[in-house]
Design a protein around this ligand. Sequence first.
Ligand code: SF4
Length: 384
Amino acid sequence: MNIGILAVDSNFPNLALMKISAYHKARGDQVEWYNPLCKYDKVYAAKVFTFTPDYNYYINANQIEKGGTGYDIEKVLPIEVDRLQPDYSIYNIDSNLSYGFLTRGCPNRCKWCVVPKKEGKISPYMDIEEITAGRKKAILMDNNILASNYGLQQIEKIIKLGIKVDFNQGLDARLITDEIARLLAKVKWIKRIRFGCDTPGQIAEVERASALIDKYGYKGEYFLYCILMDFEESFARVNYWKSKSRRFLPHCQPFRDLNNPHQIIPQWQKDMAHWADRKEIYMSCDFKDFSPRKGFYVRNTLKYCEMKLNKKTERLIKRRAAEFKKLYETPNPEVDKIISELRAEATKRPQNMSKEEEIAYILKKADENCDHIEIRKILNVSNT
Ligand code: SF4
């Protein structure tokens, strides 16, 4: 058979596609990345995220099988495929590196996370030796390894075998006891220890946990996943680590509403991620002095960050737009004077603003100067 594999929305090595490739190659089938100019007996399409666009072109194949959280959170690989060693060659992965999960699931239920719904409570899944199969390094994608006794036993085994690892989904700092800290300090980390730092309360937990691990001799970096929701709280949490030490690296993740595929990520979240995710920028520049686009500085319209385009705000914008339209259309010399002043003011606006920034800027100006209220007063007087 002629098999095509298609990663719809992610370049990160896809374990399911690697296992599907291994399964078909073991049967003597030909496997390659999907090429729209070729025809296939079967194409496997994998989509990781629910919020990314689908592959919207014709797929030239007799059979198409779609899988991954982005298509169906309940679909899993057949057991005979799932237990195979992945075909690392499709991603040209280093021959010493392996990928896998020791556990699946999570006992928590964070509102932004699909894992509890998809995988249920935490349970043992594979053994580290089954994953590595003689390789010396492993990227482990467990969602909450420390919440499982089996997971802790596996970490002990990892230490005994001297395997270098990266728990790339982050560890839960709240679960770190003195004993676990001692264990983690003995692990050979591929690059760094990662923690989730999604709430203000987790700052103190990360500090407590990192101090414990450091006590047992760890000297490496801490990479902190920080979800972005409310501007002020998120900024305080992300900015906190700046004055702490260069060993703490926040990594911003804009909040994704899993039930809303049309969600628009606020511009401030994109800008904050742009700023914080580049260590050299984060360390050398305050957010307000950051210039995400040519000629535009965050400080110019920092106020916009407080604005949320929720339904109430959208209604407010529409109502004010209608008011302004009416005012523009009403002949009145005093109104004309104010409008020409507003126009002059508009030319002083910072350049290269995004749509949200521009709306926020106009609203802020309107609120500060109350021109629309002034105009309405004049109209009311002249109408009576
Ligand atoms: S702890 Fe992590 S894996 Fe578990 S529900 Fe929360 S975000 Fe998801």
